[in-house]
Design a protein around this ligand. Structure first.
Ligand SMILES: [Zn+2]
Length: 374
């Protein structure tokens, strides 16, 4: 039922609408027009103003033909740079690539195209479907910023699917970590390095001593990193301050909390012991995804994928996604693999076959959801 030619054309048209993070307005307008023409209700939130971008998140409410709880789909409108002037090209090998030196933007427009094609297919075949809540976010690539601004209280869906993971269609992300950003600062005291070094407290040296903290993979589901270091003003000045920015991730919130406390304690102890002043700032970036394979959101996607003959793989990832934010707001959300490959590079591509399977999968999930509700 999915119309391959229409889907491919539509996908190629949408990747050519420029929408780098913070500049999604043109693509938002395109989607708003598309859905308004079909009688759906489109609501844009305030995220654009909050984030100083030119578009907010776009929520599209589609009335179903059946009176059941809505089902939610989640994709992001923004793309990474270089995202302007994308031209897509379909090769004889059935693969869509960017014709120039830009990304292709299948991340996440493959997901968007799949959702739109599934909806189109439902309409043209006069099929029954549940009410749909479609959320198109902004600035996902900047750290899930749009999804974090959205007010989830206005949604009625209890389960959701994001179409924003690598892996072939049939891939279902059931676990991903929660993350803290952690900034460590040592405050020392400046002095001339040659004339009176004894009057100074060298923050760089104290930082070095404090970096006995754990780093790297600590166990299969917990990691920790120091990613940026800055300090000192000049060769001949005892370094007054030193700063390290790092992170910690874990699939378990309790472990993340425990690790963060341990990092903080070790850092503060070492710095104080060596005569510096420690400061640690912790910022919680996003919650974990932890879905049970027996719960509805997973079972439904599995059933739909298997019905299409797709190979189902339940996977765990180390990265964050809008799906994590949705999960943190009490909507069970699984992230689905779309087949997008080499994303964020000019070698990005997607197979037409995967794009078609994405649309078929969305359609199958919608139909299975309705069948299960009735
Ligand atoms: Zn993405």
């Amino acid at each position: 039922m999915v119309n391959e030619e229409r889907l491919v054309q539509h996908f190629m048209k949408m990747v050519e609408i420029s929408s780098p993070s913070g500049e999604e307005a043109a693509f938002r307008d395109y989607l708003r027009q598309y859905f308004s023409n079909r009688g759906a209700i489109c609501v844009e939130d305030q995220a654009g103003e909050m984030l100083e971008g030119n578009s907010g998140n776009l929520l599209v409410r589609i009335a179903g033909t059946a009176d059941v709880k809505p089902l939610m789909f989640l994709t992001h409108m923004d793309t990474v740079f270089p995202g302007g002037d994308i031209k897509a090209e379909l090769g004889d090998d059935g693969i869509i690539r960017s014709a120039g030196k830009t990304i292709l933007a299948s991340d996440d427009k493959a997901g968007v195209a799949a959702v739109l094609e599934a909806y189109e297919t439902l309409r043209e075949n006069h099929l029954d479907y549940p009410p749909l809540e479609l959320l198109f976010t902004v600035s996902e690539e900047q750290g899930l910023l749009g999804a974090k601004q959205f007010d989830y209280a206005c949604l009625n869906a209890e389960i959701a699917y994001a179409l924003d993971s690598g892996g072939a269609p049939g891939t279902i992300v059931v676990k991903s970590p929660c993350q803290n950003e952690i900034s460590y600062t040592v405050q020392g005291k400046a002095a001339h390095a040659g004339i009176n070094p004894e009057d100074g407290i060298n923050a760089i040296q104290i930082m070095a001593k404090a970096l006995v903290m754990p780093c790297g993979r600590l166990n299969p589901t917990t990691t920790c990193n120091f990613g940026i270091i800055k300090g000192g003003e000049a060769r001949n000045i005892v370094a007054e301050s030193c700063y390290v920015k790092g992170e910690a991730r874990s699939h378990s919130r309790a472990e993340l909390d425990q690790l963060t406390m341990q990092l903080k304690q070790t850092f503060c102890q070492e710095v104080s012991k060596n005569g510096g002043q420690p400061e640690v700032v912790v910022k919680f970036l996003y919650p974990e995804i932890s879905l049970d394979e027996k719960e509805k959101v997973v079972v439904l996607a599995k059933k739909a994928a298997q019905g299409l003959g797709l190979k189902v793989e339940l996977v765990s990832t180390g990265g964050g996604s809008d799906a994590a934010i949705v999960n943190g707001n009490n909507i069970r959300c699984a992230n689905l693999g779309t087949g997008m490959s080499n994303v964020h590079t000019s070698d990005e591509y997607i197979k037409v076959r995967d794009l078609v399977d994405d649309a078929k999968l969305v359609l199958a999930i919608i139909q299975q959801y309705l069948a299960d509700m009735q």
